[in-house]
Each structure stands twice: as structure tokens, then as C-alpha cells.
Design a protein around this ligand. Structure first.
Ligand code: SF4
Ligand code: SF4
Length: 326
């Protein structure tokens, strides 16, 4: 079947479907690896403060002794130094310093870059242009919040509530990034960490463990959750996140892409529905905003989609049986 724009009935089907209706049934190994990576990332971001609390309790009680988590931390045997230090913004992994590219551009704007910063940023500045915006789909600790938002949207939709899905123009996130970097350059103070979920979530986790409270970062994350749930599905990641914009801009020439075999496609719209980031694999309308999560590939009933490096999809003739897997 040749590629074509969705028919009226397909568009109606898309309007009725939600992500909660869809099962990821193919490319399961890819999804398992992605989910395991994501779970480790979230565990690390939320568990690291507890680890530090336990170490502080053994070394010098101080602030750690007053934490409401002190009892839990004291149950552990003296923990070794964690192999990972820091939040996703800046990480020390077995002594190797790594910097989020978003942190790098923020430091550039603040004119606070030295050769340590360049060396720390280099690995991801090389990796992201090749792999694309993978951080968003594989590592970002905001994803569980987004999953909760999508789940709540689906629940409310089943209850008959029609929620708006505001589609901000694609350039919005680039305008947000440019505005924040310009303000950083003028104020000589980094502003992106104040609105970048990975950085906010990591800081709030430390605050919760060491001070027993949540701050403005938690309020911001709550605002993003409410926006995603009641205003625009995944709208924050899709249109507002300065980190997503940075990763997308770096991904512009990435050879790792979702590719479609038109002959196998039945225009069922499932891939478009499952995509959080507003990509449209069904009509090959994919751009640098794709996070390589592979959900569209996993949900496609006819195996018409693949994530491949630099070459088009080719299917065996017997695999081209439109509608057979429905
Ligand atoms: S899910 Fe597969 S068959 Fe359905 S529209 Fe997308 S590519 Fe085509
Ligand atoms: S197009 Fe597919 S791989 Fe890319 S973000 Fe959307 S669902 Fe994920």
C-alpha cells in the first residue's frame, strides 16, 4: 500500500484511541532494555541521596542525623563510595566526569567554560549527534511523571472527560531554549537548571532526604504534570523542555532513524497515536524530536517500522501482508 495521508476513518480511529489502549508487542527486547535503563536511571536519581545519607551517618552525624530517613539509612552496613556521583546534569561515573550537553550550552552562555567542562561534555557531544535525542526516552527521570500523566489522561478519557491536547508549534521549545540562554548571558547566572526536570528532580530528591521538605522544583514538576495532563499530552517534553530542544538540535544529522516500509503499512495510525512527541511515523513525518523510544515500532501490527542506522527498511516479501497481524 502506498504512503498516503490518513483517511477520515483513520483520523477518527486515532481520535478514539489513547496510549493506554495500545500494547507494545514487538521489539520487546528493545523495550525491555530501554525500560531497564530508565529504571536504573530513576533508581539512581532517587536512591543516591539515601546512599549519601547513609555514608554521612557513618562519617559524622551532622545534618544526616536529623533526617527523617536517618533510621532507614542507619539500617544499611557502611556503604562504599558510590560509583556514580551527581545528578543527570553533571555525573561522575567511576571517576569519569560527564556533562549533559544542556549543561554545556548553559555554561557557555554564562561564560563559565574551561577545559574541564569541554572534556566533560565531549563524550555526549559526540554520542548525541549519532544516537539522536535518546536521553529523553531512555534516561530522563521525568518519564515516570509523564507516564502517570498519560495514565490519568486515559482514565479520564474512559470516564468520558474530553481533555484538550494543545499542540504548540515545534519552534516553541527552541524559542524557550534561546530565551533562557539569552537571559543566562545577560544575568551571568544559569537559569536552565531552574526549569529542567532532570536537574530539578535530582535536587528535590536531596532536599527531601536531607531536609524533609520539597521546594520550588517540586512545584514546577507538579505544574508540568498538570500541563501534560490537562492541557497538552506530553506537552512539556514536546514543546517546552530546554533539554529536549538541545538534544533535538544536536540530533539533526543523526543516522539512527525510524524507517517505514510503505508496502507493509496499513495506515492504522497506531504508531502516530503511541508517540509522545508528536512524530508521525505513519506519514514519514519524523524530525529531530524523535527520542528513539521505539514504541511506534513495537506497536506496529505489520512490522512496517524499524529503527535503523542509515539504510532503508527492507522486508521479505512474505512479511508484506497488510492487516494480517491485526
Ligand atoms: S502502526 Fe505500522 S501499519 Fe499502522 S500506520 Fe504505523 S507503520 Fe503503518
Ligand atoms: S517516532 Fe517512534 S521512536 Fe520516535 S519518539 Fe515517536 S514513538 Fe518514539
Amino acid at each position: 500500500m502506498a504512503s498516503k495521508s490518513p483517511s477520515a476513518s483513520a483520523a477518527a480511529a486515532r481520535a478514539r484511541l489513547s496510549t493506554a489502549d495500545l500494547r507494545l508487542q514487538r521489539w520487546l527486547r528493545y523495550q525491555r532494555v530501554r525500560r531497564a535503563t530508565l529504571a536504573l536511571s530513576v533508581l539512581w536519581v532517587l536512591g543516591l541521596p539515601l546512599w549519601h545519607l547513609a555514608r554521612d551517618l557513618f562519617e559524622s552525624a551532622g545534618l544526616a542525623a536529623g533526617s527523617r530517613w536517618a533510621v532507614l539509612a542507619a539500617l544499611s552496613a557502611r556503604p562504599p563510595n558510590p560509583p556514580l556521583l551527581g545528578a543527570p546534569w553533571t555525573v561522575s561515573l567511576f571517576g569519569l566526569e560527564l556533562l549533559d550537553p544542556t549543561a554545556f550550552v548553559s555554561l557557555l552562555a554564562a561564560r563559565a567554560v574551561d577545559w574541564h567542562v569541554v572534556l566533560g561534555a565531549l563524550p555526549l557531544l559526540v554520542l548525541v549527534p549519532f544516537l539522536g535525542r535518546f536521553f529523553c526516552g531512555w534516561l530522563c527521570p521525568y518519564l515516570p511523571v509523564l507516564a502517570a500523566s498519560n495514565g490519568l489522561r486515559a482514565l479520564l478519557a474512559r470516564a468520558g472527560l474530553r481533555l484538550p491536547d494543545l499542540k504548540l508549534p515545534r519552534w516553541t521549545q527552541y524559542a524557550v531554549l534561546a530565551g533562557l540562554l539569552s537571559a543566562t548571558a545577560v544575568a551571568q547566572t544559569q537559569l536552565i537548571p531552574l526549569v529542567y526536570p532532570p536537574s530539578l528532580i535530582a535536587r528535590e530528591a536531596y532536599r527531601a532526604v536531607f531536609q524533609g521538605s520539597l521546594g520550588g522544583g517540586a512545584v514546577f514538576i507538579l505544574g508540568a504534570f498538570l500541563f501534560d495532563t490537562f492541557g497538552s499530552r506530553a506537552g512539556f517534553c514536546r514543546s517546552l523542555c530546554p533539554g529536549g530542544a538541545t538534544f533535538a538540535l544536536l540530533s539533526v544529522r543523526s543516522p539512527v532513524k525510524v524507517r517505514r516500509e510503505p508496502a507493509a503499512c496499513t495506515d492504522c495510525t497506531l504508531c502516530d497515536v503511541v508517540c509522545n512527541l508528536g512524530q508521525q511515523p505513519m506519514t514519514d513525518k519524523l524530525d529531530m524530536g524523535c527520542e528513539r523510544c521505539g514504541k511506534c515500532v513495537s506497536v506496529c501490527p505489520t512490522d512496517a517500522l524499524r529503527i535503523e542506522i542509515g539504510k532503508p527498511v527492507t522486508l521479505a516479501p512474505e512479511a508484506v501482508t497488510p492487516g494480517a497481524a491485526r
